[in-house]
Design a protein. Structure first.
Length: 355
């Protein structure tokens, strides 16, 4: 009897979810759009090659060709402009770095708004400058430290899209829990849905189990769609066990669904909950390295992020997906997410109310 009631509730909840275009877009469409957009912009090795604009008033034959050669040997793209053209580009904020030279004196200007790009270019410019001076002193071949490009787990050289995709899987889990679950809970309470439900013979645990099943199913289907796009467009594949990815997504879903119910218990209306949900969502997203690593953040902030549930979940997902790591090797990350899940479940259960 309970089994039939459970199936009917799950099917009805799924139909209701599929009738909400906005929910479908944010769970299915948005991650794919972000993967295609950011993966294309930041995933191309050619487009990511640093580019330096050199403002030079001297005729081409009088430029420092040795310095140009040193820059090109370091794979630094050069664009030589007149001082007027370079100043116009600089004033528009379009240049991360600008090299000027006058009477043999060089000056490198870095754009503080584009710090990461500027510092990367500054490092190559300094190397090129030192290389040119060494060659002028008769040193023709400088030994360089060997460099190997690979993922942290040592599996292979992965594009940015490979870093991004697990981040979007975790973000989807967060979105389902904080937004869809929380808003649905507040709406049910605000419109009297729970009161009407309490008058029916439907057991509450059956209804809740059906809601959790539908949410997990949606997360897993959207994850499959995202991984399919990653495979077809960027050639990135899961290097670990799919059972490990499934377990991580299930654990993450349980954690953030509990978070959604807990946060919803503090809101009396959808409008109030929107502010609470956005604060929680943006804080976790920005601190957990969904799109980019936060290694440039203060150390204390990185330590705080490591203790929140999303960052360790993403760490485990990237280790499994990109490096083929065994799930047992992610014990610390699983422990943190597991503790959060238990704490949030207890808190949400105590605060949950039907009216």
């Amino acid at each position: 009897m309970y089994w039939r009631m459970y199936l009917k509730q799950a099917l009805m909840s799924l139909k209701l979810y599929l009738r909400i275009p906005a929910a479908l877009f944010w769970i299915f469409g948005f991650p794919i759009v972000m993967l295609l957009g950011l993966g294309t912009v930041f995933g191309s090795r050619g487009a990511a090659t640093p580019k330096l604009v050199w403002a030079e008033a001297a005729p081409p034959l009088l430029r420092d060709r040795d310095l140009e050669t040193a820059f090109r040997d370091l794979s630094l793209q050069l664009e030589v402009l007149t001082p007027g053209e370079a100043d116009a580009r600089w004033s528009a904020g379009k240049l991360p770095a600008l090299l000027t030279s006058e009477a043999g004196e060089y000056k490198l200007r870095l754009n503080g708004y584009l710090g990461n790009q500027a510092l990367q270019i500054e490092s190559l410019v300094q190397q090129g400058f030192l290389l040119e001076q060494a060659r002028a002193r008769g040193v023709t071949d400088l030994a360089r430290m060997p460099v190997v490009m690979e993922t942290p787990g040592g599996h292979r050289d992965g594009p940015y899209a490979a870093f991004l995709l697990p981040g979007l899987l975790g973000l989807n889990v967060l979105t389902m829990g904080v937004f869809y679950t929380g808003i649905s809970d507040v709406t049910m309470r605000e419109k009297g849905g729970y009161k009407r439900l309490a008058t029916t013979p439907l057991p509450r645990f059956v209804w809740l189990l059906a809601q959790l099943t539908v949410r997990l199913l949606v997360v897993l289907v959207s994850a499959g769609a995202l991984m399919l796009v990653g495979s077809l467009v960027f050639g990135i594949h899961n290097q670990g066990a799919y059972s490990s990815v499934l377990l991580l997504l299930t654990l993450g879903s349980a954690c953030f669904i509990c978070m959604g119910y807990l946060l919803a218990s503090f809101a009396g209306s959808v409008e109030t909950y929107s502010g609470i949900a956005n604060f929680a969502f943006l804080s976790l997203m920005l601190m957990s390295g969904v799109y980019f690593s936060i290694d440039a953040a203060p150390l204390w902030l990185q330590r705080v992020a490591d203790l929140l549930p999303l960052a360790p979940l993403l760490t485990a997902l990237r280790a499994v997906f990109n490096d083929g790591a065994a799930l047992v090797a992610q014990g610390a990350a699983l422990a943190i997410v597991g503790v959060w899940t238990v704490v949030l479940l207890i808190a949400a259960t105590r605060r949950f109310r039907w009216v």
